[in-house]
Structures are given as structure tokens and as C-alpha cells.
Design a protein around this ligand. Structure first.
Ligand SMILES: [Zn+2]
Length: 167
């Protein structure tokens, strides 16, 4: 084989890989997903979880109901869950859709010191069920129903910083 043919094959292979990559990415974007894979909270502060693009009934469970338990579920497919934080520790919340499982590690603190709390909560931003902006927790434009997500997740999913609270 001469080098031109080899180059041609390599180029075709690379293009194929790129197309495949794009297709895989797009498919993943349309699939159900959980709004966050980990959450930090305190006793008495609920964590709001949501399965995005849920197309069937969601079954929620907690690995440690003494630490965090499913308090209530809402939505057509029960895709929204309010997790009650009861005790310091760690619990793995699982959302099951048919055979698919989505997990969120919930870390519950007994009592967060102010300095500590800033470090922990600094990574998180808030989104509402409508709109494509992410906010600080106390933003006035946020509606009552808000979801805590990691800032990196919000950015990766196309959310933009709110101009009002500048998170
Ligand atoms: Zn805002």
C-alpha cells in the first residue's frame, strides 16, 4: 500500500469515529438522566431529585432510610422526589426506570460550620423546572421549586449563569 491510500484510510476511520462520537453524544442527551449524582445537605434540609426526560414510572429507593429517605414523589412518572435528610451520614438514592438505574449520593451533615458550609455549597447552583439559567440559592428570580445541581453539571447541560444573581 502506498502512503496516500494509508492516509485515506486513516482519514476515513477518523471521520467515522467522529461521527460515531457525535451520534453517541446526541443519543445520550435524549436519554433519561438524574439531575445530580451527588448532593450535600444538612439534617432537616430536603434534597430535590429529578429524573430528566423520564418516559416511564420511576421507582425511588434509599440505601439508608435512617439517613435519607424518600419523603414524597411528584410528576406524571413520579420523576420528582423529595428526599428527607434525617441523620448525619451517607445514603445512596436510586431511581429505577425499567432496567435503567440512576444514582445520587446524598451526604447529610449534622451541623455545618459557616466556613465549611461555604465550601460545600459553593459548588452547587440552582435551577428551576423551567428556564435555562442557573442561580444562587437566594436569587429573587428563582421560582419556589428549585433543584440543587452541581455547577459543572448545569454548564454541561446548557444552562447559563443568571444575570441577576451572577452565580
Ligand atoms: Zn438568578
Amino acid at each position: 500500500m502506498n502512503s496516500k491510500i494509508i492516509k485515506g484510510i486513516l482519514c476515513a476511520a477518523l471521520t467515522f469515529v467522529m461521527i460515531l462520537g457525535t451520534v453517541t453524544f446526541e443519543a445520550a442527551a435524549n436519554k433519561p438522566d438524574i439531575n445530580m449524582s451527588s448532593a450535600h445537605s444538612k439534617i432537616g434540609y430536603p434534597v430535590y431529585l429529578k429524573v430528566l426526560r423520564a418516559d416511564r414510572k420511576v421507582k425511588w429507593s434509599s440505601s439508608n432510610t435512617k439517613v435519607a429517605k424518600i419523603d414524597s414523589t411528584k410528576g406524571k412518572h413520579k420523576e420528582r422526589a423529595t428526599v428527607k435528610c434525617l441523620k448525619g451520614g451517607k445514603a445512596l438514592i436510586t431511581a429505577k426506570l425499567g432496567k435503567a438505574k440512576f444514582k445520587c449520593k446524598v451526604y447529610v451533615k449534622k451541623k455545618a460550620k459557616k466556613k465549611e458550609a461555604q465550601i460545600v455549597y459553593g459548588e452547587c447552583v440552582y435551577i428551576s423546572s423551567s428556564g435555562k439559567k442557573y442561580h444562587r440559592a437566594d436569587c429573587g428570580t428563582l421560582r419556589a421549586k428549585k433543584f440543587e445541581v452541581q455547577k459543572s453539571w448545569a454548564i454541561a447541560n446548557g444552562y447559563e449563569p443568571c444575570r441577576v444573581c451572577n452565580p
